[in-house]
Design a protein around this ligand. Structure first.
Ligand SMILES: [Zn+2]
Length: 116
């Protein structure tokens, strides 16, 4: 049973938990980042990178290779919503986030969620 997530995401969540257990022993190799939604430290690879570019545009950086200031978020709407509520992005980027940016990010999150 998975108390928090719907059945579709349940399986992936247990995989994440397994991976996190592994990353404890390989902590030095795997860079950890904090999710701005739930505040948990996770393997960088398992998080979505949100990027603030030089032109102050805020996008999801799927490649993780673009330059700019990044914030990290679990690939779940749950964490996204918590980040919005808790102003995690504002705090990470030290700037006000326009409503349209959140709307775009939400669409992106939904799209990423559907790919699984
Ligand atoms: Zn999270």
């Amino acid at each position: 049973m998975c108390p928090k997530l719907t059945t579709g995401k349940c399986r992936r969540n247990s995989e994440e938990l397994e991976r996190r257990d592994q990353s404890v022993s390989t902590a030095k190799k795997a860079p950890q980042r904090q999710c701005i939604g739930c505040g948990e430290m996770k393997n960088k690879r398992d998080l979505i990178r949100i990027l603030k570019g030089a032109d102050d545009s805020i996008t999801i950086d799927a490649t993780g290779r673009k330059n700019g200031r990044g914030a990290y978020l679990c690939p779940s709407m749950e964490c996204f919503k918590r980040a919005v509520k808790g102003k995690g992005l504002e705090r990470s980027f030290k700037t006000a986030i326009p409503k349209e940016v959140y709307e775009n990010l939400e669409k992106e999150m939904e799209r990423l969620g559907r790919q699984e």
